[in-house]
Design a protein around this ligand. Sequence first.
Ligand SMILES: [Zn+2]
Length: 257
Amino acid sequence: MEKYWLIFNPSNEILLKNGSEIPLSLLPPIAPQEDNHTFELPDIEGIKSFCFGVSGNTQAPEGFEFIGLRESHLKLPLSIHYKAGKASELVNFDFTYRFCPRCGTKSYYSSPISKKCPKCQKEIWPPINPAIIVLIYRGKDEILLSHALNFKGNFYGLTAGFLETGESIEECIVREIKEETNLKVKNIRYFGSQPWPYPSQEMLGFFAEYDSGEIKIQEEELSDCRWFRRGFLPEIPPKISMARMLIDYWCTHREEF
Ligand SMILES: [Zn+2]
């Protein structure tokens, strides 16, 4: 029986056939290498599916190429891209936790998706880092958009950041907005979440209403930050992102703001 093979290198690039398909074959197009674990995934379209990592100097065979997982959403059907995201998080776990993070002993797989240290018995699970992203609105017709220095492109996005230790999600939202823009917000409202496997984040999307303050940007992170009016938005992030889902929702649900 042919199987789907989701193969990643340490740069979070996925091996695609003809630049656009997950390899489907009896045996994987690149043999699994020593030390790299093979995970069984949920079936894709009723077909058994597996994933594993290969070392960074592994060349793609003829007719195949490694493509950045994030870029691969332009090549793969979205449902398959999401499954590749899960696979990449498992492979990243395999690359990262060869040894116990507490005592340094070589760890082993104690379940299909977790490891254990044979010496100190520490259980090790794939890490997931929560990050928040917030659409800030002012009145019914304005939103705050910013351009971060690390954006690849000229588009404008939303305020985002990682949850810190000992912090509630609400505190994280207030802190990130204050740090990046100097603004205060109120009426924080949950929108939805999305795995963001680049490499192991979970994006939590929110709306928040402007309360007070003047914009003062965090210059180490942002190059620009401004209010934009409904109907006059600049270039915004691509469809797949939580930022875009929040902006699209705001654009089409004026009555809720
Ligand atoms: Zn240990």
